[in-house]
Design a protein around this ligand. Structure first.
Ligand code: SAJ
Length: 420
C-alpha cells in the first residue's frame, strides 16, 4: 500500500513536490494557510508560474490524487516545505516552520516520517523540529523517522531538477535517513546521499553560499576592470578556459529567495567566523547602488530624465520578483527629483511604471537599463527603439546585447564591468 503524504506549504517547492509524489501514485493532502492557493488548487489551478506545473497539477487533481486543505490531516508522511524568510536583522524567521511542525503534533503516530525541506539554519531539526515533536505523546527518537532533505531545484526548471538532481537526506539517525531516501527514490533519478540532519542543513546553505561568494568575486572584478578600462566579461570568459577555474557572472546584484538569503543563515550562527560570507553578501547587496551611480555618470544627472528599465524579475525568463536587485535600483531612482521611470517586463503583469509594450516604455527615454536578460528581449527591434529615444543611451548590466550591432545603430552602449 502506498503511503498518504501531507505536504505543508504549497509554494514554489511544496506544490511541485506534492504534484510529483501524486503523479507517482501517492495520495497527497497539500496544506497551505492561504485559502486562495487552496481553493485554486482544488479546482486544478495554480497561482505560480513554472513550466509544465499547471498541466501536472491539473492531472493529479482530476485523478483525485492531490487534494488541498488549510489544515493538515492524519497521514503517514509529513513534508514541511514552508517559507523561511529573513528578518530585518538578517536572522531566519522560523515562525512558519514552527507553526507547521506544531500543527502536526496532534496527528503524528508511531512509524510516521517527518521531513523538513525548507532551507533552514544549521541545527533546525535538532533544536526546533525534534523538541516540538516531543510535545506529542510519542517517544520521538524511537517512534518517528525524522530527516532534513533540502530542496535544491532551480526556479524555471523545477520539475526537471526534482527528478534529475542528486539529493541529500540527513536523518536524526541512520534508519530515518534510509526510510526517507527510499521514499524519494519513487521519483528521483539522481543519486540520494544519506548523512545526518545538521550536515544536510549545512550542505544546502553551503551550495548557495558558494554561488554568492563567486558572484561577489565577479562583481568585485567588474568594478576593478571598469577602473582599468578593460572588459570583465572577457576576463571571466578567458579565465574560465582554464580547467580549474569557474568564475560566475557579475550583474546588478543577487536576487531570489535563496542565494541572497541563505548565506545569512550561516552568519546568524557564526557571526565572528563567517567573515568572507558576510563580505560577499555586502558586495552583492551594493550592486544596485553601483548601477545607479553608473547611470548617473552616463547622463551627468538623472534629474528630470526619463529612465527605462527592461526586466525587473530576479533572473531571466521567470516571473519571480523576490529580492530582485532591480527593485532596489528602482527605489534609488525614485529618489531623484523630476525623474520619469518606465518599466517593461514581459513576465510581470502588475507593477508600478509598467508598460505592456517595450517601444512605449523606451519612447522619449534618455537611458535604457537592461536589468534582466529575458530571452524575449532579443526579439526587440533596436532600430525602432533608437529612433524613439530622446538620447540613445544603453546600460547593459548582463552583457546581453551585441555591442557592435548597437554601436552601429548609433547607441551609446555601456556595459557593467567594462570601462570606456
Ligand atoms: N546571478 C549572478 N551571477 C551569476 C549567477 C547568478 O548575478 O553568475 C544572480 C542571478 O541574476 C539571480 C541570483 O544570482 O539574481 C540567483 O540566481 P540563481 O539562478 O543562481 O539561483 P536561484 O536563486 O534561482 O536558485 C538557487 C540554486 N542554487 C544553486 O545553484 C547552488 C538552486 O539550485 C536552489 O535550489 C535555490 O537557489 C534554492 O531554493 O535555494
Amino acid at each position: 500500500m502506498k503511503e498518504k503524504i501531507c505536504v505543508l506549504g504549497l509554494g514554489y517547492i511544496g506544490l511541485p513536490t506534492a504534484a510529483m509524489f501524486a503523479s507517482n501514485g501517492f495520495d497527497i493532502i497539500g496544506v497551505d494557510v492561504n485559502e486562495k492557493v487552496v481553493n485554486a488548487l482544488n479546482k486544478g489551478e495554480i497561482i505560480i508560474e513554472e513550466p509544465y506545473l499547471d498541466v501536472m497539477v491539473r492531472d493529479v487533481v482530476v485523478s483525485g490524487k492531490l487534494k488541498a486543505s488549510v489544515k493538515p490531516e492524519v497521514s503517514d508522511v509529513y513534508i514541511i516545505a514552508v517559507p523561511t524568510p529573513i528578518n530585518e536583522d538578517k536572522t531566519a524567521d522560523m515562525s512558519y516552520v514552527i507553526s507547521a511542525t506544531r500543527s502536526i503534533v496532534p496527528l503524528v503516530k508511531k512509524g510516521d516520517i517527518i521531513i523538513l525541506e525548507s532551507t533552514s539554519p544549521p541545527k533546525t531539526v535538532e533544536d526546533i523540529i525534534v523538541p516540538i515533536l516531543k510535545e506529542s505523546s510519542l517517544d520521538v527518537e524511537e517512534d518517528l523517522y525524522i530527516a532534513h532533505s533540502p530542496e535544491r531545484v532551480i526556479p524555471g526548471k523545477i520539475l526537471f531538477e526534482l527528478v534529475e538532481n542528486n539529493r541529500i537526506v540527513g536523518g536524526i539517525d541512520e534508519e530515518s535517513a534510509l526510510k526517507v531516501k527510499k521514499l524519494y527514490q519513487s521519483f528521483v533519478k539522481g543519486e540520494i546521499y544519506t548523512t545526518n540532519a545538521t550536515t544536510a542543513e549545512m550542505c544546502k546553505l553551503t551550495e548557495n553560499t558558494f554561488r554568492d561568494v563567486n558572484i561577489a568575486l565577479a562583481n568585485e572584478l567588474a568594478m576593478i576592470c571598469e577602473q582599468m578600462n578593460i572588459n570583465v566579461w572577457d576576463v571571466i570568459k578567458f579565465s574560465n578556459k582554464h580547467p580549474r577555474v569557474n568564475l560566475h557572472q557579475p550583474g546588478p546584484g543577487v536576487g531570489g529567495h535563496c542565494i541572497a538569503v541563505d548565506p545569512w543563515f550561516i552568519v546568524e550562527k557564526f557571526p565572528e567566523t563567517a567573515k568572507m560570507i558576510t563580505l560577499s553578501r555586502t558586495i552583492n547587496d551594493s550592486m544596485p547602488e553601483y548601477v545607479f551611480n553608473k547611470s548617473r555618470k552616463i547622463l551627468g544627472t538623472l534629474k528630470d530624465k526619463k529612465v527605462t528599465i527592461l526586466g525587473i524579475t530576479y533572473k531571466p525568463d521567470v516571473d519571480d520578483m523576490r529580492e530582485s536587485p532591480i527593485i532596489e535600483l528602482i527605489e534609488l531612482l525614485e529618489e531623484v527629483s523630476g525623474i520619469t521611470i518606465s518599466i517593461h517586463d514581459p513576465y510581470v503583469q502588475d507593477f508600478k511604471y509598467l508598460e505592456k509594450d517595450i517601444y512605449t516604455a523606451c519612447k522619449d527615454s534618455d537611458l535604457v537599463i537592461l536589468g534582466v536578460n529575458h530571452k524575449l528581449f532579443s526579439d526587440a527591434n533596436m532600430d525602432r527603439i533608437y529612433k524613439d529615444m530622446k538620447q540613445a543611451n544603453i546600460l547593459d548590466t548582463r552583457n546581453f546585447f551585441d555591442e557592435k550591432a548597437l554601436v552601429e545603430i548609433g547607441f551609446n552602449y555601456n556595459l557593467l564591468g567594462k570601462g570606456k
